[in-house]
Design a protein around this ligand. Structure first.
Ligand SMILES: O=C(O)CCC(=O)C(=O)O
Ligand SMILES: [Fe+2]
Length: 272
């Protein structure tokens, strides 16, 4: 794993709101990530896989179900995925790029764009979540070559700097986000095709989307979203368990290690 970041990469992330690290995983690591993802997704979608509400395949014919198969919090139900996601090297890279002292896992998620899958409409991530931070960050790891033809990631560079908390759902209109941010229509978008095993990091306020999958193959990605340690509850439920959600007051620090494990902290090292 290419886990060392250069100042140039950090500067580029800060400037653009995203960063591609090609061939981030070596061949063996990629095989491990693929195997864990395939198995964890298969378990989750299968009968009795638990966490039934944490995938979007309830009606496989609806539009969103054909954007990608989305399975959330796989590290909670699959030991191999737990090992991958709790690797403090991921947390250190995320914290270093985000410029924060420590990060907690918000949620992991597999995003598998099927053959001939729908595009992923332009959107922001952080407004979906239960905390608001201009330094939230996600890692998106290509498990297949991500190409212009099968739905690689696209970004509006620099949009994280001017994003407000207005957002749109990932619906059928690719362009809805630009109704809220007409000023972004003037910015040249950037495509991020990359070989399998590459990592793409993005800020939770950077506008992004992905094209349709025009090919007969799958475009698999395994991702994880991170919350800066110390972030506070904003009133949104998102993935919080009902009981915990009910116990919170806006402004409370989201520091329950069972729900949002601290995977790396500058002072504490690996805390979870
Ligand atoms: O994989 C995709 O199509 C979209 C990914 C995405 O929106 C994300 O990782 O935040
Ligand atoms: Fe996203």
């Amino acid at each position: 794993m290419k886990d060392q970041l250069t100042q140039e990469q950090i500067d580029s992330y800060n400037e653009n709101g995203f960063l591609v690290i090609e061939n981030w995983l070596d061949v063996d690591e990629l095989a491990q990530w693929r195997a864990a993802t395939d198995e964890a997704v298969e378990q989750r979608l299968g009968k009795g896989g638990g966490f039934g509400n944490l995938n979007n395949q309830g009606d496989p014919d609806n539009y969103y179900a054909r954007v990608f198969t989305q399975c959330i919090k796989l590290a909670d139900t699959h030991a191999g995925m737990h090992e991958i996601m709790y690797d403090p090297r991921l947390g250190k890279m995320a914290a270093t790029l985000a410029g924060v002292d420590g990060v907690r896992i918000w949620h992991d998620q597999a995003l598998i764009k099927p053959p001939f899958g729908n595009p992923t409409a332009w959107h922001l991530d952080n407004p979906y979540w239960s905390f608001s931070s201009r330094q939230s960050i996600s890692i998106w790891v290509a498990l297949d070559d991500a190409t212009l033809g099968n739905g690689c990631m696209w970004y509006v560079p620099g949009s994280h700097k001017t994003a407000r908390y207005d957002n749109v759902g990932i619906g059928q209109n690719l362009s809805d986000l630009f109704k809220a941010y007409p000023e972004w229509r003037e910015i040249e978008t950037v495509a991020c095709p990359c070989p399998a095993g590459s990592a793409v990091f993005h800020n939770g306020l950077t506008a992004h989307g992905a094209g349709a999958n025009m090919t007969k193959g799958f475009r698999r990605a395994m991702t994880c979203a991170y919350m800066p340690d110390g972030a506070t509850f904003n009133g949104t439920k998102n993935i919080l368990p009902e009981e915990y959600f009910q116990s919170l007051t806006v402004g409370d620090v989201l520091n329950d290690d069972t729900i949002n494990p601290l995977i790396w902290h500058k002072k504490k090292g690996r805390a979870a």
